[in-house]
Design a protein around this ligand. Structure first.
Ligand SMILES: [Zn+2]
Length: 301
């Protein structure tokens, strides 16, 4: 009996030990979570603060997130201006020195991304929320590789003994991106140069990668809701360019696009901007599968 108790205690300690060795990762968004899981495998446990159907610019900083951050080994942020309204205050409230900006456990996933729409001067004057360049860069699958490299670097800083494991997963991820990208580009190829309207300016990386042409946005400026004059402008553009589609995201209302659709016959499509936007989108690869399939379905009509 005593022997059994000793073995049970030993087993319990081993379980605790193994658990303690898991790297606790907190990401701001689900896309960062999915890529962290791809690189970290069973060596990590990952929690995302935002859901995939939430506007990543505006997330409620709930106290429960502070608790998760205070226990984290690694923090992954999309960076630029995306989470400015909520993540810096959560991070400082966590009082976790390991994951503050500049610490080994802090990963800015945007490092090394070739940014679009970088303004000559950062200016929040007119309510603009893209003041360091367009922060929606994960919507180009090739930028997924840059994100993955940054996350792997972070994991290797906080858990160096598993470096080889992370590097193997990273290269597997790279290969998967390359293979899937060929497939997505082949599906999108017939629609090269297609003119579209988007609700928020969050598709530029997707647009350039897949050869679309975004003519205008429902929002007159990123973060500024559609105005009557913007609607008139968009209606004229839709008619002049024979535009077939307005794309939007799950967290925007369709009331203004509905007005344009009623006037012009343009189709509306809610695309996914993040993993988890719709229940079927469980990984970073599912995200592009979903968007490419739904977009081409409408464009082929
Ligand atoms: Zn934005």
């Amino acid at each position: 009996m005593k022997k059994l108790m000793v073995s049970i205690t030993l087993l319990f300690c081993m379980v605790l030990f193994t658990k303690a060795r898991t790297v606790k990762v907190v990401t701001t968004t689900t896309d960062m979570k999915s890529i962290s899981e791809a690189i970290g495998g069973d060596k990590v446990s990952v929690l995302s603060i935002a859901t995939g159907y939430q506007n990543p610019h505006f997330v409620d900083p709930k106290p429960s997130y502070i608790i998760s951050l205070s226990n984290a080994d690694l923090f992954v942020t999309v960076g630029l201006d995306l989470e400015t309204g909520w993540s810096p205050q959560l991070l400082s409230s966590s009082r976790n020195a390991k994951i503050q900006k500049g610490s080994p456990g802090y990963v800015d996933a945007s490092v090394g991304v070739g940014l679009y729409q970088v303004p000559s001067a950062a200016n929040r004057g007119e309510g603009d929320i893209h003041i360091y360049g367009n922060p929606h860069y994960w919507l180009d699958p090739l930028n997924g590789k840059v994100i993955a490299r940054n996350i792997a670097n972070g994991l290797e800083r906080v858990d160096p003994q598993n470096q080889a494991f992370y590097e193997t997963n990273l290269h597997q991820f790279f290969n998967q991106v390359d293979a899937k990208l060929k497939e997505w580009q082949a599906k999108m190829f017939p629609y090269k140069g297609t003119k579209i309207i988007a609700y928020h300016n969050e598709w530029v990386y997707f647009e350039k990668r897949f050869g679309l042409e975004i003519v205008d946005f429902m929002e007159p400026k990123p973060g500024i809701p559609p105005s009557p004059s913007q609607l008139v402008k968009v209606i004229n553009e839709v008619q002049a360019n024979h535009i077939k589609i307005i794309i939007s995201s799950p967290y925007f209302t369709t009331s203004s696009s509905d007005v344009v659709a009623k006037q012009t016959g343009v189709k509306e499509l809610t695309m996914a901007t993040s993993v988890g936007a719709f229940p079927s989108i469980k990984t970073y690869f599912d995200l592009f599968d979903y968007d490419v399939d739904h977009l081409t379905d409408v464009l082929k009509q």
